[in-house]
Design a protein around this ligand. Structure first.
Ligand code: FMN
Length: 394
C-alpha cells in the first residue's frame, strides 16, 4: 500500500520532469523501498560479493543478458562520442573497485554502462586488508572503503577474462602491489611495469589507468609526488603501450601539488585524468554519520561530490585543451553526471550512486542526460563538455 502511494507520487513528479521512464521509476522505487533496506541491514562486503556472483551468472546466458537489456538499457545517438579514436556508446562507466577481478564484464553493457574499469589490478595478488573493509555511511550517502587493492593479480585475471562484449569498452586500472616488497620507488615502478606488460599482452583492454591514489595501501601514495610520478610515467612510456593511458588523481592534495602532478602527466603524454579517487578527510563537512574509531579507509559517494567537482573545474580551466577528464565522485542522478560534464568531464564513472539508488540508475542517467541536452539546445553530449566555463576547450 505504502509502496503504491510512493510510486504514484514519484510518477507524478517524474511525469513533469520526464527524466525517467515508468519502468525506471518502478524498478528504482522498488529497489530503494523494498530491496535496499534488506540489503543495507547486512554486511556490505557480503552483499558486494553476492552482486558480483549474480552479475557473473547473469552475464553468462543470452536469456539473462536479454532480460537485463530489456529492464535497464537506454540507447540514444546523442550520447555517442569518439574519444581517442574509441567510440563510446554513452558516457557512463563503472568505476574501478566494483569488479576487481573482471567477473561481471558481460552483464555491464546490458545494464546500460558505456564502459567499465576492471581492478585495480596489481602485478601480484593481494587478499586485502583486514575486515571490516567496507562501511556504509547511510546519512552521508557514502561508503568507507579499505580493501587495500584486493585482487587476484594480473596473471590470473588475464587468464580468466571472459569473451568481450561487442561495442563495449573495457579498461584496466593498474596499481602497485600492496606489499612491503614494492616499498622503494624503484621496486614500485617495476611492479607497475610488470603488471602493465601482462595486461597489454592480453590485447583485451581499450585503455589503461594508472592508479596512484589508493589511500589504503602499504607505504601510502608515493607516486602522488611529482618527481616520483615523473619517473614512473617515463618508465611506462618505454613499454610502448598503444592504448590511451589515464591517471587516477588523488583528491585531497593542495591545488599547487595537483597542478604539478597534472603537468608531469601532460609532459609524459598521458591522455587523460580520472578525477578522482576516495576522500581521506574525516572532517569533511558532508559526513553526517558517526564513524566508529576502528573503521579505516577512504570515503566514496556524496562526500566526494564537491571536492571532485572543484578539481574538475580547475583542471579543465587550466589544462582542458591538453588533457581529457573522466569525472567521478558522488554521481547519483543525471543532473549530477551533467554537472561534471559541464565542468569539463568528457566521460563519467560511478559506483556508490548505483549502490544507493539501484541498478536502473545507469539507464536513468543516460535518459536524463538526453533530456538535459535537449533542454539546453545541444545535439550531442560532446557539445556540453566544459559548458560551465566561458571558454570551451578541446
Ligand atoms: C567498494 C569500492 C572499491 C574501490 N576500489 C577502488 C580501486 O580498487 N581502485 C580505484 O582506483 N578506485 C577504487 N575505488 C574508488 C572509485 O573508483 C571512485 O573513484 C570513488 O568511489 C568515487 O566514486 P563514487 O562516489 O561514484 O563511488 C573504490 C570505490 C568503492 C566504493
Amino acid at each position: 500500500m505504502q509502496l503504491t502511494a510512493v510510486l504514484a507520487n514519484q510518477m507524478k513528479i517524474s511525469h513533469f520532469q520526464s527524466m525517467r521512464s515508468l519502468k525506471q521509476i518502478i524498478i528504482g522505487t522498488t529497489y530503494r523501498k523494498v530491496l535496499k533496506p534488506v540489503l543495507f541491514a547486512q554486511d556490505p562486503e557480503k552483499i558486494h560479493n553476492r552482486f558480483i556472483f549474480i552479475g557473473h551468472i547473469m552475464g553468462k546466458f543470452r536469456i539473462t543478458r536479454f532480460i537485463n537489456r530489456l529492464l535497464f538499457k537506454y540507447k540514444n545517438t546523442m550520447l555517442e562520442q569518439t574519444v581517442f579514436d574509441i567510440k563510446f556508446e554513452n558516457p557512463v562507466g563503472l568505476s574501478a573497485g566494483f569488479d576487481k577481478d573482471a567477473q561481471i564484464i558481460r552483464i555491464l553493457p546490458e545494464v546500460g554502462f558505456g564502459f567499465m574499469q576492471v581492478g585495480s589490478i596489481t602485478f601480484k595478488p593481494y587478499q586485502g586488508n583486514q575486515r571490516p573493509r567496507l562501511y556504509r555511511l547511510k546519512k552521508s550517502q557514502g561508503i568507507i572503503v579499505n580493501y587495500g587493492l584486493k585482487n587476484n593479480g594480473a596473471k590470473k585475471i588475464v587468464k580468466n577474462l571472459p569473451r568481450k562484449p561487442k561495442h563495449f569498452l573495457v579498461s584496466a586500472s593498474v596499481a602497485k602491489t600492496n606489499s612491503r616488497d614494492t616499498i622503494t620507488t624503484k621496486d614500485g615502478i617495476e611492479d607497475y611495469a610488470e603488471c602493465l606488460k601482462i595486461l597489454q599482452k592480453s590485447k583485451y583492454f581499450d585503455f589503461f589507468t594508472i592508479n596512484i591514489s589508493c589511500p589504503n595501501a602499504f607505504g601510502g601514495e608515493p607516486f602522488a609526488e611529482p618527481k616520483k610520478l615523473d619517473r614512473l610515467l617515463k618508465k611506462i612510456h618505454t613499454l610502448g603501450i598503444d592504448k590511451p593511458i589515464f591517471l587516477k588523481m588523488p583528491i585531497n592534495e593542495k591545488w599547487s601539488n595537483s597542478k604539478l602532478l597534472i603537468e608531469v602527466a601532460i609532459k609524459n603524454k598521458i591522455d587523460g585524468l580520472i578525477i578522482g579517487n576516495l576522500d581521506k578527510n574525516r572532517s569533511n563537512p558532508q559526513i553526517k554519520d558517526q564513524i566508529p574509531k576502528h573503521i579505516k579507509g577512504g570515503i566514496s559517494g556524496k562526500p566526494t561530490w564537491s571536492i571532485t567537482n572543484e578539481l574538475i573545474s580547475k583542471t579543465y580551466k587550466n589544462y582542458g585543451d591538453k588533457i581529457k577528464i573522466i569525472g567521478v565522485g558522488g554521481i547519483f542522478s543525471a543532473q549530477d553526471a551533467y554537472e561534471k560534464i559541464k565542468r569539463g568531464a568528457t566521460l563519467v564513472q560511478l559506483i556508490t550512486g548505483m549502490i544507493f539508488e539501484g541498478p536502473q540508475l545507469i539507464g536513468e542517467i543516460n535518459r536524463g542526460l538526453v533530456e538535459l541536452l535537449k533542454k539546453d539546445g545541444y545535439t550531442n553530449i560532446s557539445d556540453a563538455i566544459g559548458a560551465n566555463h566561458s571558454k570551451h576547450l578541446g
